[in-house]
Every structure is written in structure tokens, then in C-alpha cells.
Design a protein around this ligand. Sequence first.
Ligand SMILES: CSC[C@@H](O)[C@@H](O)C(=O)COP(=O)(O)O
Length: 352
Amino acid sequence: MDWHIRFSDEKGCLLLLDQRFLPNREDWFECTDTASTIYALQTMVVRGAPAIGVTAAYGCWLAAREAAGEGWEKRLETLLTDLENARPTAVNLRWAVRRMRAARDARPGLDHEALCAFWLELAKEIHEEDKRLCRLIGTHGATVIDDGDTVMTHCNAGALATADYGTALGVIRGAVDAGKRVEVIANETRPFLQGARLTAYELHKDGIPVKVACDNACSLLMKRGMVDKVVVGADRIAANGDAANKIGTSGVAILARHYGIPFYVAAPLSTIDRETPDGDAIPIEDRTPREVTHVGDHQITPDGVGVFNFAFDVTPAEFITGIVTERGVLLPPYSESIARAFAEREAEESAR
Ligand SMILES: CSC[C@@H](O)[C@@H](O)C(=O)COP(=O)(O)O
């Protein structure tokens, strides 16, 4: 069963478990057209790079359905471009829209009805594929976790950030499924609180021991020897291995290096952007000040005071011990191991 991303044949729309209200309320949000899909992406009804990609794939189908009528092709291109630009950092959004476009372009002459049918099937395929890839990430990632480890994670790179199982939390689930005892420290992740709300919610539900820590407790916990490994997700990994993830991640990585703690990034190859040479070229989303000035409806900063709300930062490749992908754990130098992983995948695909 699909958990938090569901396609409803009955309603002909995409249903998303609304992550803005977790863990207190399990509300479902309906994406019925491009505007509601973009709204869901931008307000973080759905978030996390692979989940954004899966949503965007269904979003292409919604855009095609919406574009129906005379001149639909031109209208569709405008809607796809709007969708692709809904959020700038997670490359899976662009990856999904490009993949849908490329599959259509490889079948010239599809009329509107045929395209809609084809894209709905492809979106469902991308949805299923992400579940499989996360399981593989879990299997490979389990090898870097030892029995009895306490693993720190930042943000939510779990089932809620993917189709299911997760990337960073996939590594943790993989280790647990392999019979290892693992405890998790979830950094709370100001300001949207993905760690406190979402990572804690899903691990607690699964019975995996989790404790939430304030973001600024990281150094103390590491200094006291309370963290054995760090595993995080990524929104975009550049060709040289620099990895963008939720704001605060690079600080955790620098502290991990200081205290001699291995730091892993877990992500599918769809999060690796070989067109981006290094982290300096990754666009960083700058979000609404309200997320920082308010907690819920409660204002916590004085009227008129400015704030920063950069949503991501980039961890330099030199701080990353390994990148856990569906094809195994990539090791430095990443420009070589990344290029090799893609070349091997392409060779396998063309041999099929
Ligand atoms: C498997 S998700 C990996 C990342 O997308 C995740 O760690 C993250 O930074 C999500 O940011 P968000 O702003 O919540 O979409």
C-alpha cells in the first residue's frame, strides 16, 4: 500500500499526507492540477528530494490533463516549466520532469489522450522505482552501521521524504532489518522541524529508538561520545561529491570531522547532478521569513526585525566518508566513483 503519496483512481487526483501538520494531525491534501501541486511543493505539504520527484512525475500527468483542448501542447510546456521551477535546490524535481518529457519525446505522435495514459503509467513506475531504490540504499547502507551504533541524522530523509523507507533512514532501517541494534538522534532541524516532527514520528511509529536533540546540542553530544555515525540525505550532489542538504548539515559534518565521527550521505543517483560541477553552483532556496519569525501562529521575534531563512547548505566532499546509493557505497575521490557508478548503470541499461 502506498503510504503518504497515493494516486486515487476514484478521485483522479494525487493524495498527499500533509506534512505541515504532522505529528499532530494526519490530514490529506488533494493535488488536482498544476497550481495545487506547486502549492503542495512550495509550502512543504510534501518535501524531501525523492518524494518531490515522485510528486512532480504525477504533477506532469495533472498538467497534461489540465492542458486539454485546442493548442494543448503549448499550454502543457508552460505548465511543466512552472512545475519544474517550484523549488530550486532538490534536483529530483527537474530530474522527474525531464524524465517525463524525454519519455514523451521518444514516442512522437502521441495524442493528448495517449500521452495522459502513458504519463500516468510512467508516474506510477517512478513511484514504485523509488521504493525499490530506497530498499537497495538500505541494504548497502547497513554495511556501514555497526551493532549498537547511535546514529545522528539531520532533517528528515525517511519514508516521508521518499516513496517509502527513506535514504538516511533507509540506511538505519536496513541495519535494523539486518538484526543490528541502532539508536537514533534526530536533530530537531529549525525552522520547519523536520527532525523533531517527522523523523521522530516515523521512527517512533516503527519502534526504532529515537531521541530528539536541539540543533545546537550537536557538539556536546559528539564530544561526550554519544554519536557513533552521522547519516543524512541530500537534495543535490554535485559531480565532485559536494552535497546540498537541509541547512545545518554542513555544520554537523564539520563537527563530525573534528570529533573523528564517520559522516555518510545517502541518496539515489537521481539526486546526483552531473551538470553541476561543484557545490558553489547549487542554487540555495531562500524561504519565507515567517518560518523563522513564528512557531506555528506564535511570533517569536520583535516586529520589524529581519531574519535569514536559507533552507539548505552544502557539505564539501572532503567531509563525507561515503555516499550510499542504490549501486553501493561510493568512496572518495567522488568525481571518479560517481562517474563510474553512472557509467556502470548506463552499460547495464544498454545491455538489456
Ligand atoms: C531523502 S530526502 C533528502 C533531503 O531532501 C532532506 O534531507 C532535506 O533536506 C529535505 O528538505 P525539505 O526542505 O524538507 O524538502
